[in-house]
Write a protein that binds this ligand. Structure first.
Ligand code: FMN
Length: 341
């Protein structure tokens, strides 16, 4: 029987499959089903900067109103002790998970400005989170903001978070950095213990009939894992961080490839939203079967065997074979199945 254990953010996990942040992990019954199906840990839905700030602004306005209000009108206002903020509910959820589940629970914060909300990271830590993931979900769209400024801003934010909590911190990044490996190296120097590569942005679409911009959440496809696989392969031997692969990991084959290039855990989201928590058990079974069939004693043995440093033809991860690939007869190498999906 292959040993599926893996280390991530200083946590010893029973296998490398971890449901990533989504509404599924925020629902207690689903979280329990995920654990029953073999999830090794889970990442909670993010606590959003916008939501907390919005709520705080409302609360300030409300209290101000009470200060200057009339006794009669105040009778209609809710009693403060009964009021549960977004943060209170989130903290209660973590406490419940920690009481009822035996797997590690990773909290998640989503924001790009440090204005006040980051202090709540300590609340998540006090509620029992085993680690924190900071989801840097920003679009650098301003003409006068350079790549260096964007990175400095993120580093400042991460530093603030590291100053606030003592549990391990990992950072979830998008692929949109000019030099992702350099930036991840800077994060490592600050003291983060991991990175999750890469988040997916939800693309706004245009409704031609109404000419409105419509935000759409589209679940991922397996082929989106390839960009993660390439970057993790190139990153693996350049940093000493926990690496989570996220985005397009749907099957045991996808997960095996992620591990081979050096990921410590594989995050799953779209596949679980589409197929339900039970898909976790099938993935785990297929992963174990492959390892046994191919005589790997452990996930540890598999991890990183095809990283840039260990692959026989590492240039294939870089640009080197680009000219060859798009040269004459390129169409013969096109995977025509894609067009029919
Ligand atoms: C409906 C939905 C909600 C999500 N919510 C969060 C979130 O709160 N925080 C976060 O960091 N990522 C969030 N994600 C991103 C996922 O955790 C994951 O990184 C991304 O979907 C790529 O993985 P996948 O291809 O397996 O779906 C969400 C994704 C979906 C589809």
């Amino acid at each position: 029987m292959s040993d599926l254990r893996t280390q991530y953010l200083g946590l010893q996990l029973k296998n490398p499959l971890v449901p990533s942040s989504s509404p599924l992990t925020g629902d207690f019954d689903s979280a329990r089903r995920l654990e029953d199906a073999g999830a090794a840990a889970l990442v909670l839905p993010s606590l959003f900067e916008e939501a907390l700030r919005h709520e705080e602004e409302h609360m300030t306005a409300f209290l101000h109103h009470q200060d200057i209000g009339h006794v009669e009108a105040e009778q209609y206002l809710p009693d403060m002790p009964d009021y549960l903020s977004e943060l209170d509910l989130h903290v209660q959820r973590i406490e419940r998970y920690k009481k009822s589940l035996s797997i590690p629970v990773i909290g998640s914060l989503n924001g790009i400005t440090p204005q006040g909300w980051i202090r709540h990271a300590r609340d998540l830590q006090d509620a029992g989170c085993d680690a924190l993931e900071l989801n840097l979900y920003g679009i650098a769209s301003r003409r006068n903001e350079s790549a260096v400024e964007v990175e400095q801003h993120y580093l400042f934010l991460v530093q603030k978070l590291l100053d606030t909590v003592s549990i391990p911190v990992t950072v979830k990044l998008s692929a949109q950095f000019s030099s992702p490996i350099h930036f991840i190296g800077e994060l490592e120097q600050l003291g983060v213990q991991g990175v999750s590569l890469f988040n997916r942005f939800y693309q706004p679409d245009i409704d031609l009939a109404t000419r409105h911009i419509v935000p759409r959440i589209q679940l991922s496809h397996s082929y989106e894992s390839l960009v993660r696989i390439r970057w993790i392969a190139m990153l693996r031997n350049q940093v000493n961080l926990g690496i989570a692969a996220t985005g397009g990991f749907h099957t045991a084959d996808d997960a095996l490839k992620g591990l081979m290039v050096g990921a410590d855990v594989i995050h799953l989201c779209s596949v679980l939203l589409m197929q339900g928590p039970a898909a976790m058990a099938d993935l785990l079974r297929d992963l174990r079967q492959w390892l046994e069939l191919n005589e790997y004693a452990s996930v540890q043995q598999l991890k990183g065997c095809l990283s840039y440093q260990n692959a026989i033809n590492p240039a294939a991860f870089e640009r080197a074979n680009y000219a060859e690939l798009i040269g004459q007869d390129a169409w013969l190498k096109v995977d025509l199945r894609r067009g029919r999906e």
